[in-house]
Design a protein around this ligand. Sequence first.
Ligand code: AMP
Ligand code: GLY
Length: 423
Amino acid sequence: MKILLIGSGGREHALAWKINQSPMVSKVYCAPGNAGTSFICENVPIAADDTEKLLSFAKEKSIDLTVVGPEQPLVLGIVNLFEKEGLAVFGPSEKAAELEGSKSFAKEIMKKYNLPTADFSTFSDADSAKAYLEKKEYPLVIKADGLAAGKGVLICNKKEEAIAAIEQIMEEKLFGQAGAQVVIEDFLVGEEASYLAFVDGENVLPMASSQDHKAVFDGDRGPNTGGMGAYSPAPIMNQEVMDMVTREVAEPMVKAMAKEGRLFKGILYAGLMMTSQGPKILEFNCRFGDPETQPILLRMKNDIIPIFQASINGSLDQCKVEWSDAPAVCVVMASKGYPGSYEKGLPISGLNSEGGLDDAMVFHAGTSLKSGETVTNGGRVLGVTATGQHIQGAIENAYHAVSKIKWDGAFYRTDIGRKAIKT
Ligand code: AMP
Ligand code: GLY
């Protein structure tokens, strides 16, 4: 089979690595990919959101299966476009991807079907949003409605901050059109966890649990990022909790989407807050998490291709996934300045093209090749991912590999995985 993988992050390098292991696969193209994917696939210089060009490429190369990494092409309707041409593509349709593309849509559907989530209100003008702040308690959470690369959520500790947040999002348009509406949501207290499942429109096949680290600095301090590290499994989501989330969150949501005429296929990702009243939904995403995918795929024993096919064909009830007992940890190495502005093009030392480093896999994210040398090309640069017999061993293996990789201004959190030891 010839596969087209869309995206250029750490998630896509991990997917490329996993897809390449399938005996069913003869060739993998990655559009646009990064330095890491170029070592194991053929990179194609087409942007992930250039859906028409991707379609022409898939037709020209007779691609058998397209796997979409990021949310943008999904929200733009790449699945509809490919399906119309009779091409097999893994992911949700445009209408189903709205679950991630619009936070107000997601909150309305959660409310309509009584799924556990924080109370909220939606506003499309700044004055009414500000008026609503008068009667609220703090902290309060203000979210840009549309896609904002994980950065469109502001936690406000007092009214003045909330007013400033509304002005930034709705008047100064910090997140562009994504801020045309805001969702204002009650603050939830607890530990976060990520629930990801393969879905085929009806059946839900959960993956192993995982936990992200969203804040940029140790101890969950500083602004939110796309994710500074992850581990799997998350002890806070034991089997009992996973089953409960499948029953009370994932399955009802998949049913709800079908009922709304928005059949959901692909990955359903629920970001959860484990509150004292049980798990509550922070958000839904319609694709693999980044960096959660890196440790999750390191633990996945099966060939992933039949699972993609079963999601497309509606036969996930016939599939089983097996997970290695060895926990896995991914430490993200980032560029100085991230999640703000940062320099690009800095040479990285300590890597090899096989991707392995001692006991770890180095999944590339923001990297590119310049005269044969791997250089930085993004905020999140590498996801160094390792397994271990226990979580402590996985942490040590990951950080051991991290210590060998250098570039000017590289930084990373030093406490990835610590919460798994505490619990
Ligand atoms: P979201 O993109 O909606 O998942 O929000 C990004 C991050 O903001 C989450 O991972 C949480 O850390 C935080 N967050 C979002 N909603 C809430 C909430 N209602 N209460 C507390 N923290 C939240
Ligand atoms: N790790 C967070 C996300 O993928 O949205």
